[in-house]
Design a protein around this ligand. Structure first.
Ligand SMILES: [Zn+2]
Length: 125
């Protein structure tokens, strides 16, 4: 049974479905969503960025513990799926999205598509 992608309305078969904030999306839309922080996170991201610039922080300086944990986990594994990160750190989909948006803006983590799978990798992977 196929479902329509929440974003582009394309028909997607079950195996190619991704969940983004509890919405079913196709792989392409998922990648796009992953690369683009949501508007509601912009303030947090900008604050984090400004704060880091002002205090001359680099790397994981000034990140929240949860953000460091995600980053370190991804570094350790080289690449990790969202599911792996969520399971390893016991965080929700929403929480992961929020933190990944910030890590992405600090240029620490990015999404990367390999075959049928989307991985989170370090920014210079
Ligand atoms: Zn789509």
């Amino acid at each position: 049974m196929a479902t329509n992608c929440y974003k582009c309305q394309e028909k997607v078969v079950e195996e190619d479905l991704y969940y983004y904030q509890e919405q079913r999306v196709c792989e392409d839309c998922y990648m796009e969503l992953l690369q683009r922080p949501k508007t509601c996170d912009v303030a947090a991201v900008q604050m984090a960025k400004k704060h880091r610039q002002k205090t001359g922080q680099t790397g994981t300086d000034g990140l929240l513990d949860i953000q460091k944990d995600i980053y370190n986990y991804i570094l350790e594994k080289e690449k990790a799926t969202r599911q792996e990160v969520m399971a390893a750190l016991n965080i929700s989909d929403l929480e992961l999205d929020k933190q990944i948006a910030i890590l992405r803006h600090c240029e620490l983590v990015k999404g990367r598509k390999e075959g049928n799978q989307v991985y989170l990798v370090s920014f210079d992977y």
